[in-house]
Ligand binder design. Structure first.
Ligand code: MG
Length: 459
């Protein structure tokens, strides 16, 4: 008698209600021949107990002026906990509230081994998916579960993901200067220190002037100062001036320093869409490693045009929160480098799938990794990159003494290469005693500024 006949016999051929079908499947499962013991059951009967989530705590800190949100997930195994990053520096309390008020009661008592299942449930838990706040909250939990799994198995997370493909990660060196000549010294020093991949900013780190602190430049662009007083050149209203300054910088580096280094640039979605297309064509002759965020997430259809008209490397994605934003760009081969901010996109579990998808379309990784990613988040980035074929470049800028004190086990860097400490799990922790020194002030921030004419500008 086959399975259909069995079910028919049990039900008498009647249509099944949901409750009845559950009953039928329960009976069928009970009647099925049972293996002596599954691998997991055997492992546990050999002394490894079922692992339950017993508590979840959030830690908000402010280090070097940046809000950080981390989460520890505790388990029924004494002393075994994991740590994750859900840093949304601009809206820290919303992430912390989401963890404390919604995810914690949802997850206590759950099996900590069920990383994928828990991720899928957190993804749909608020009904509306893919908000940056919900994503950061679930990413913090997800990272902690991977950390727990690694610690439990006694292996680094990169081993859980398939093992090391490479020993370390080459790093990107940011160069910020007001003139091409001023970049010269920075680039040469970094080259002597082992770096060969650079990202240049025309001035001010690509920041936007503070509201009201701007004036028109002679060329029609705007010159201003950030809230911290840094002079910033901005381009709203004058794509041509920006393109000229950028080409001047590329030309200086290629003529005076080297063609044997990689040069990228973050446009930060500032030109008009048509200006961005002109920019791509103008800098192509200097063989840019990448040009980042030519367009805002709202304008990604324009990448099709850029791809058709130039061969520049294209990097995109630090603002993406939903797979429907990056998947078309990857599947259509419109970009070369994915820049997603992992916690904002849903965490390690989402990022590993993203990375593997990208592999099949020739897209490499350069996860968003500025100072508003906690070192725990950097560790997540690193463990993925160590274990995938299509690693591109690692964004990061070392860790200050304050950061290292608060987060023992930070990734290590030697001569422009980032290394894992190869400890089980993510290999990093948050020292709760030290955290008291970095108490948060409860304040987030608001991005964006105004053009001299008062119009709001994209950040
Ligand atoms: Mg960027």
């Amino acid at each position: 008698m086959d399975r259909r006949d069995t079910l028919k016999a049990i039900t008498g051929g009647a249509a099944l209600s949901l409750a009845a079908s559950k009953e039928v499947f329960a009976q069928a499962a009970a009647a099925a021949p049972q293996p002596a013991a599954s691998g997991r059951a055997r492992a546990r009967s050999g002394g490894v107990p079922a692992l339950k989530i017993t508590d979840i705590k959030t830690f908000m800190t402010k280090v070097d002026g940046t809000n950080m949100i981390n989460v520890k997930v505790y388990t029924s195994e004494p002393g075994l906990y994991g740590i994750g990053c859900g840093t949304h520096a601009e809206r820290p309390t919303i992430v912390a509230d989401t963890v404390d008020k919604y995810l914690k009661p949802f997850l206590i008592g759950r099996n900590a081994d069920e990383i994928e299942k828990i991720w899928q449930q957190m993804w749909i838990a608020p009904y509306w998916r893919a908000s940056v706040d919900a994503n950061n909250a679930m990413a913090a939990i997800d990272g902690a579960l991977w950390d727990i799994m690694g610690k439990r198995c006694g292996v680094p997370v990169y081993d859980l993901l398939g093992g090391k493909v490479r020993n370390g990660l080459r790093m990107l060196y940011d160069v910020q200067a007001r003139s091409p000549q001023a970049m010269d010294d920075q680039i040469r020093k970094a080259m002597a220190g082992g770096y060969d991949h650079f990202r240049i900013y025309l001035a001010g780190g690509g920041q936007t002037p503070a509201a009201g602190a701007v004036e028109r430049s002679a060329g029609g662009g705007s010159i201003g100062r950030t809230a911290t007083g840094e002079q910033v050149f901005d381009i709203h209203g004058n794509d041509a001036e920006y393109i000229k300054r950028l080409c001047d910088a590329f030309e200086y580096i290629r003529k005076n320093i080297s063609w044997d280094i990689e040069i990228g640039h973050d446009v930060h979605e500032r030109p008009s869409p048509r200006g961005a297309i002109m920019l791509a064509k103008a800098v192509e002759q200097y063989r840019p490693f990448f040009v980042e965020d030519l367009f805002a997430p709202e304008d990604i259809e324009y990448y099709k045009i850029v791809r058709a008209q130039s061969s520049i490397g294209i990097a995109m994605g630090e603002l993406f929160v939903n797979q429907n934003e990056w998947l078309p760009l990857v599947a259509n081969r419109y970009i070369d480098i994915i820049r997603t901010h992992i916690s904002a996109a849903g965490g390690l579990n989402m990022a590993r799938k993203m990375a593997h998808t990208c592999e099949f379309f020739g897209v490499t990784t350069a996860w968003h990794g500025p100072q508003n990613v906690s070192p725990v988040g950097h560790a997540v980035n690193m463990h993925i990159d160590l274990s995938i074929y299509n690693f591109g470049i690692c964004e990061g800028k070392g860790f200050t003494d304050a950061i290292k004190e608060l987060f023992p086990g930070c990734p290590e860097e030697v001569k422009g290469i980032r290394y894992s400490n190869d400890k089980p799990g993510l290999g990093i922790d948050l020292d709760e005693k030290v955290a008291a020194k970095f108490a948060p002030d409860g304040k987030g921030s608001n991005r964006g500024a105004q053009d001299p004419d008062g119009a709001p500008k994209r950040p």
